[in-house]
Design a protein around this ligand. Sequence first.
Ligand code: ADP
Ligand code: MG
Length: 272
Amino acid sequence: MTPSTRGRSEARPDELVTLERATCTYGTQPALVDINLVVHSHDYIGVVGPSGSGKTTLLRLLTGGVAPSSGSVRRAKDLTIGYVPQLETVDWHFPVTVNEVVLMASPTRRMVPWASRRERAAAAELLERLGIGDLGARHILELSGGQQQRVFVARALMRRPRLLLLDEPASGVDAPTRHELLHLLHDLNLSGMGIVLTTHDLNGLATHLPQLICLNREVIARGAPIDVLRRDVLERTYGAPLDVLEHAGMLLVVDAHGATATQRRVETASRN
Ligand code: ADP
Ligand code: MG
């Protein structure tokens, strides 16, 4: 939040969501405290922090899924938001096919037998674009983690959102799928879609993003990975001594006691 945007009732056209001193409390426990954040249509932000640091709650504040207990959340007029849930939270016993999952998200919410030709074509095109064009008739339970991830991305894109939110999109998917997802999100962002994702994967995902927010109930730091992935910031975010190595423009977050323990430490500190 810059001082010039404070107190204005109308958001600027490229401001999608603005949080001002937003605090979110479940029962008596605050999950997020005093969050100031503006998400623009050009933003592509990764939210990192340990388990329980409020990452999912931050996404829910952006969607309106939870209301702030104090402070404010302002969304652009008629803002459409696509939400890709964390795979682990999806109820997989719901008997639906890939086509049905995607079509359910179309603005008219018509299911397969009643979907218009245009809706079906839009769904088919999205599945094709995501490399799962041949899986439309499959039950979602019969897919790999990476394929399921893509189905839910297609579903979120059906509404042509201006803001796309993804909760832990890297969890449960292999490295090639993660790379494809990164490319897709990058392209969507270049086409003018704001993107916010959460991740506990610092080296596999976060270091490849243009912008990070380090979160632990409050925003510890926001900026490019090279600027925020610093020992002091990581210590305040994870409560663990982590170092950052830089080699040929690449960043690697490692255990302060040696690279071999890195993954264990980061994953344990931040597993969700
Ligand atoms: P993260 O996604 O970073 O793991 P969450 O946003 O899920 O963090 O949770 C932040 C805090 O809020 C945690 O302490 C969690 O236990 C608590 N919390 C999250 N959702 C609820 C809920 N529906 N009811 C009560 N407490 C919750
Ligand atoms: Mg979470």
